[in-house]
Ligand binder design. Structure first.
Ligand code: ZN
Length: 137
């Protein structure tokens, strides 16, 4: 009896935290694909699991199904550079994300697509980057 309960709990808890973790990844980017900016419907392994990539934040980015399926087992940067929606700021963001610097990654994403990521900082962070993009658009 006891053993069965233990197995059950051990089985259940990682799944719950896994789901919460996946959700938090989407929240980071405002639920947008790190590659193209469309709504993120999946988590992409930057280094594919088939190549030994781990399911950790540094290797898992929010991605739309299209990008996720498209990228498949390709090396992320060589794949990304060939896409029509390639954006060097996003490439830098992906690099920062892989390096574990989520703050920098989010700043770069915000820069690439200001309207899709909510400003979470104080009013002073409604900064020139955003104004610049309004003008440039
Ligand atoms: Zn995408």
């Amino acid at each position: 009896m006891h053993n069965r309960d233990a197995v059950f709990l051990e089985d259940l808890c990682p799944k719950l935290s896994f789901r919460r973790w996946r959700k938090s990844l989407h929240t980071f980017t405002g639920k947008s694909c790190i590659y193209c900016g469309n709504p993120s419907e999946s988590i992409d392994h930057v280094i594919p699991r088939s190549h030994g990539g781990l399911s950790i934040t540094e290797n898992c980015v929010p991605a739309c199904l299209s990008c996720n399926g498209h990228k498949s087992d390709n090396e992320v940067f060589s794949w990304y550079r060939r896409q029509r929606f390639y954006d060097p700021r996003r490439a830098m963001a992906i690099r920062a994300w892989i390096d574990g610097d989520l703050r920098l990654a989010l700043r770069l994403l915000q820069w690439a697509q200001p309207s899709h990521i909510k400003q979470e900082n104080s009013p002073s962070s409604k900064n020139s980057e955003k104004d610049y993009f309004m003008q440039a658009a």
